[in-house]
Design a protein around this ligand. Structure first.
Ligand SMILES: *[C@@H]1O[C@H](CO)[C@@H](O)[C@H](O)[C@H]1NC(C)=O
Ligand SMILES: *[C@@H]1O[C@H](CO)[C@@H](O)[C@H](O)[C@H]1NC(C)=O
Ligand SMILES: *[C@@H]1O[C@H](CO)[C@@H](O)[C@H](O)[C@H]1NC(C)=O
Ligand SMILES: *[C@@H]1O[C@H](CO)[C@@H](O)[C@H](O)[C@H]1NC(C)=O
Ligand SMILES: *[C@@H]1O[C@H](CO)[C@@H](O)[C@H](O)[C@H]1NC(C)=O
Length: 414
């Protein structure tokens, strides 16, 4: 069930935005826990192949590039994901150079981008307004909460944006810290930031497919070096439970390049599924996720969100060429993997548990001006998938917070 009646604001927006853990080795999850010395040869071979795999992913790391919700006031229903970007001099919300949790690779301004127009756009739903972000008010309502983001680097960006937005309301910046003292990196499996004065925890778990990766069944073809177990959720899932907010995404890694070309194939019910198309596999994985939400998450406490695909703006299919514009596109353009959106709608539509789809696909399609481009780190890598911070992910968080804070039936943070 898509929670639809969740956001109630008046059309004129008079509603105020009243809108630990131990680090782990990112390779560890590749090994079944029972494996021991007798399997050491396999383990070495596997370690090698996963290192090759990791190196490949690291060097060729590139992602092609997702609907919140609906404000309804006085019987009005507002699709907050349908709208446009309008210029607003109150933006951006923060300065990445002053936020220790904005990773260098997303700080376009800090990395030499010299036009600043891209920083000043606010997302405006067509038939209503979302409340303006108010960091102090948001912190007050989030006191004592545990917010968890799970997914790929787009989730990490949203996590970084969320922290940077909230930090603008914190006087003692030193009171905000990563629980293991870790630096943000592309491959890290877990990052947890505590807002000391608010007993608030904002965490990120890297799980690019949401389902578990592992060793292939014995006697499979040699080209099969690892598998994605479509019927098993990432074993990290136990650490995602007992949270107040869970925000998921997946999609960018569901490509032949990131799977078959590095010897990763699908598995279901213990059997290899060599000919299974990526979209069919994506659907099976999402169904596994949906049944996990229904059986393992206490949705009385936990608000579950699923973010849709974030569009990219490459000019070629190989993702080597693109141009970051200095103005948003006048039309919705960009690669949106719309088949994934259709699958999300279908799977979430059948769920009994309430899940809010953050449908950010359309809003991103206008933002050909907001990608990292050559202002990443290192700058030699052109990137029209990821977004600059501050930027588009801030708008996802404004929608997320609006959804939480106007959710009558949960009285979040009241
Ligand atoms: C962001 O912060 C840095 C470091 O404090 C400062 O040099 C820069 O001028 C700021 N940028 C903007 C746009 O305010
Ligand atoms: C902005 O940077 C581009 C290169 O990225 C350069 O060609 C241009 O001259 C710069 N403009 C200004 C006003 O500094
Ligand atoms: C902090 O928040 C957690 C829930 O995240 C709660 O269990 C705990 O009691 C809170 N501690 C304090 C000191 O308020
Ligand atoms: C959730 O709330 C409903 C209604 O208040 C209650 O019947 C149900 O037992 C609760 N479920 C859990 C897991 O607490
Ligand atoms: C997201 O919004 C677009 C545009 O309104 C719509 O076409 C698409 O079906 C929506 N996706 C989901 C998953 O609801």
């Amino acid at each position: 069930m898509v929670s639809s009646a969740a956001w109630s604001f008046s059309r004129s927006s008079s509603a105020r935005l009243s809108t630990r853990t131990t680090s782990f080795n990112s390779h560890r999850k590749w090994f079944p826990s029972a494996a021991a010395s007798s399997l050491s040869l396999i383990a070495i071979v596997f370690l090698f192949s996963s290192l090759v795999c990791a190196f490949y992913l690291f060097t060729v790391w590139r992602i092609p590039a997702p609907d919140p919700e609906f404000f309804s006031g006085a019987g009005q229903y507002c699709d907050v994901f349908a709208g446009s970007w309008i210029l607003d001099d109150a933006y951006p919300i923060y300065n990445s150079s002053e936020c220790p949790f904005a990773e260098r690779g997303f700080n376009c301004l800090g990395n030499g981008r010299n036009d600043t127009g891209y920083l000043r756009w606010r997302w405006k739903p067509s038939s209503c307004d979302i409340p303006r972000f108010d960091a102090r008010e948001a912190l007050r309502r989030l006191r004592g909460k545990r917010i968890v983001f799970v997914g790929d680097s787009m989730s990490r960006t949203q996590w970084e944006s969320f922290i940077c937005m909230l930090m603008t309301g914190v006087d003692d910046k030193q009171s905000v810290y990563e629980v293991n003292g870790n630096q943000i990196s592309k491959t890290i499996g877990f990052l947890g930031v505590k807002f000391g004065g608010f007993n608030l925890s904002v965490e990120f778990f890297r799980s690019v497919f949401l389902v578990q990766q592992g060793l292939p069944p014995k006697q499979g073809p040699r080209r099969v070096r690892s598998t994605l177990k479509l019927d098993t959720l990432d074993v990290m899932n136990k650490r995602w439970m007992n949270s107040d907010v869970l925000v998921f995404n997946t999609g960018h890694w569901w490509t032949a390049t990131k799977l078959f070309e590095i010897g990763c194939y699908f598995q279901f019910g213990g059997l290899l599924k060599l000919g299974l198309p990526v979209t069919a596999a994506f659907k099976m994985a999402l169904e596994t996720w949906a049944s996990w939400v229904e059986t393992s998450v206490n949705t009385n406490r936990t608000h579950v969100f699923l973010r849709t695909f974030e569009p990219s703006h490459w000019s070629d299919s190989k993702q080597k060429v693109c141009e970051v514009t200095d103005q948003p596109a006048s039309e919705a353009i960009g690669d949106d993997r719309s088949e994934f959106g259709d699958i999300i709608r279908e799977v979430v539509g059948k769920m009994r548990a309430s899940v809010t789809v953050l449908n950010v696909t359309l809003m991103g399609k206008f933002r050909s001006d907001a990608h990292v481009g050559t202002w990443g780190y290192p700058s030699s890598i052109l990137d029209c998938s990821h977004w600059c911070l501050p930027g588009v992910p801030d708008a996802w968080n404004e929608l997320l917070l609006s959804s939480l804070f106007t959710n009558d039936w949960r009285k979040f943070g009241k």
